[in-house]
Design a protein around this ligand. Structure first.
Ligand SMILES: N[C@@H](CCC(=O)N[C@@H](CS)C(=O)NCC(=O)O)C(=O)O
Length: 219
């Protein structure tokens, strides 16, 4: 049995859960609820396995620890012989989408932490984050035909989890109206059981909710 340092509110953990479910390996992993945050001291249990102190961290049957989510997802896909693009061009495309999806999630997490600093938040950093979020969504909208046309891969999963994070922590942006082709793909893929059954849940509300930060539509 493998062990996963897990949280229902982590978009990076969600990537791993989707891969586990899509490849039929979910029963081979015990999920251990783990609470970590950049603003609090690292969890010693996680730190002992992953010096970065982050989740997801997956402990294999032989005791080795895998991180980060990209390494874990690649390992699980390899282990199952699934979600693997068959051509070099498709492999490269999935890798770029994975980088875009994970990069978007990183920005959303860092931006939220910056905003939680209230008066001390750096306006320039936040303005840069907003520009990057808009640019990533515009790129994904422009590529939505290719995204929709390619067989399911790890890039799709990373993009989906980033958009899920946008909806979960940044309600009211109007991204679906602003980027309708991307939104249609998101709704389509989100109907797959592995995706719909892993929806992000805040099981330990921290009382740190924030007002809407930005709008992606003019409405
Ligand atoms: N690049 C990492 C990012 C993982 C990550 O940032 N996880 C967050 C939870 S969503 C975390 O562990 N934060 C705690 C910390 O940064 O100390 C991955 O893909 O796994």
């Amino acid at each position: 049995m493998m062990t996963l340092h897990w949280s229902p509110r982590s978009p990076f953990v969600r990537k791993v859960m989707i891969v586990l479910k899509e490849t039929g390996q979910a029963e081979e992993v015990e999920c251990v609820r783990t609470t970590v945050a950049m603003q609090t001291p690292p969890d010693p249990m996680v730190l002992a396995e992953n010096p970065l102190g982050k989740i997801p961290t997956l402990i294999l049957e032989d005791g080795r620890a895998l991180f980060d989510s990209r390494v874990i997802c690649a390992h699980l896909a390899e282990r199952a012989g699934m979600l693997k693009p068959t051509t070099p061009a498709a492999r490269l495309q999935q890798a770029v989408w994975e980088a875009l999806g994970d990069g978007l999630t990183d920005i959303l997490l860092l931006w939220r932490i910056e905003r939680l600093r209230g008066d001390k938040a750096d306006a320039d950093i936040m303005a840069g984050f907003e520009m990057k979020v808009r640019a990533v969504l515009a790129r994904l909208e422009a590529e939505s035909g290719e995204i929709r046309g390619m067989s399911l891969g790890l890039g799709h999963i990373a993009i989906f989890c980033a958009l899920g994070q946008l909806e979960f922590r940044w309600p009211g942006t109007g991204w679906r109206e602003a980027f309708p082709a991307l939104a249609a793909w998101y709704a389509h893929i989100g109907a797959r059981p592995a995706f719909s059954s892993t929806e992000i849940v805040d099981d330990l509300p921290a009382g740190d909710s924030l007002p809407a930060a930005f709008k992606l539509t003019g409405k």
